[in-house]
Design a protein around this ligand. Sequence first.
Ligand code: LMR
Length: 394
Amino acid sequence: MFETIKEQPADKILMLMQSFREDPRDNKIDLGVGVYKDATGNTPIMRAIKSAEQQLWQAEQTKAYTGLAGDPGFSDAMIALVLGDTVPRENVAAAATPGGTGAVRQAFDMARMANPNVRVFVSDPTWPNHLSILKFLGIETVMYRYFDSETGGVNFDGMMADLAQAGKGDIVLLHGCCHNPTGANLNVTQWQAVIDLLLDTGATPMVDIAYQGFGDGLEDDAQGVRRVAAQVPECLIAASCSKNFGIYRERTGLLMAVAQDAGAKKLNQGTLAYLNRQNFSFPPDHGARLVTMVLTDDALRADWQAELEEMRTGMLALREQLAGELQRLSGSDRFGFLAQHRGMFSRLGASPEQVEKLRADSGVYMVGDSRMNIAGLNAQSVPLLAQAIIKAGI
Ligand code: LMR
């Protein structure tokens, strides 16, 4: 019977990972999948996570199931990290999920349970897997203008005009920080304007925050999502721990549903637990436990924050170095946006043919839409990339 299933398109980001591995060239540069790498190209286990893991190995007494929504301590710690004290805890329902992707998937499921005809408004462009999951679920997707390829910034007027079309019963998906794939983000004034618009139209925001701490810092990166949660009547938030705790393969995420009062929260909490049960039963616990330990232990937390800050400032330095090199080689400021962007990614603004040329001629791997993972660079490879970009005629 399975022969009736059509072959599915391979995920472009994951396909790129494979092609990079198979490329025998020594000087190849991997700017593909969104995984942090240090200057030696290694994705380290963060110091605090390693310590927590050692402690956990000693102290853990059982591997019996946690609750359907995961360990409540994990929810508490993550809600505090993402939302600070902007929303009363008793208004926030939360469930641990397998990674941020799991939270995104459950959020879409929940939206569809609430409104079978829900439309989800997504930025143009957005993380390709948002689109893929929405398509899989048969949910109507509406793109709103977001990236201005002329300036490398946000087309805010276009975004506002398109979001005005979303109404009650629709979801507006926003990237909390470090927009994937463009690197172009809203400022606080723009966040507020979007929130005012959402309040006018009655559309429900969903914030995907997968890179908190990679942009302007842990607190600054949460400004947008905190404003949203504090002001709108209800919202969904999908948070990932993969990147900022470096625990990609542990699959650790949290879906939050923020409501006006404890009664609505109780209903949402039941829905989140139900969705977990239908999709995979209990969420993975190991990564969540490590995150909880790190966030609730002063010494571990301080060490984690220090290391995260080193990663963030390292990526910023690489951005500035690359923008500088490109300015020197091109004799123009047209790549200045690379230093303005925040997070792991920047969209270079190259055509698919130029991206292919970069790969074929210079061994530079970036996603076909010219998304670059800045963490894939180091001080030595930045000049090589800059030369390759100029050579490819970008
Ligand atoms: C990315 O965008 O590269 C990451 O979020 C990894 C993934 O799963 O696509």
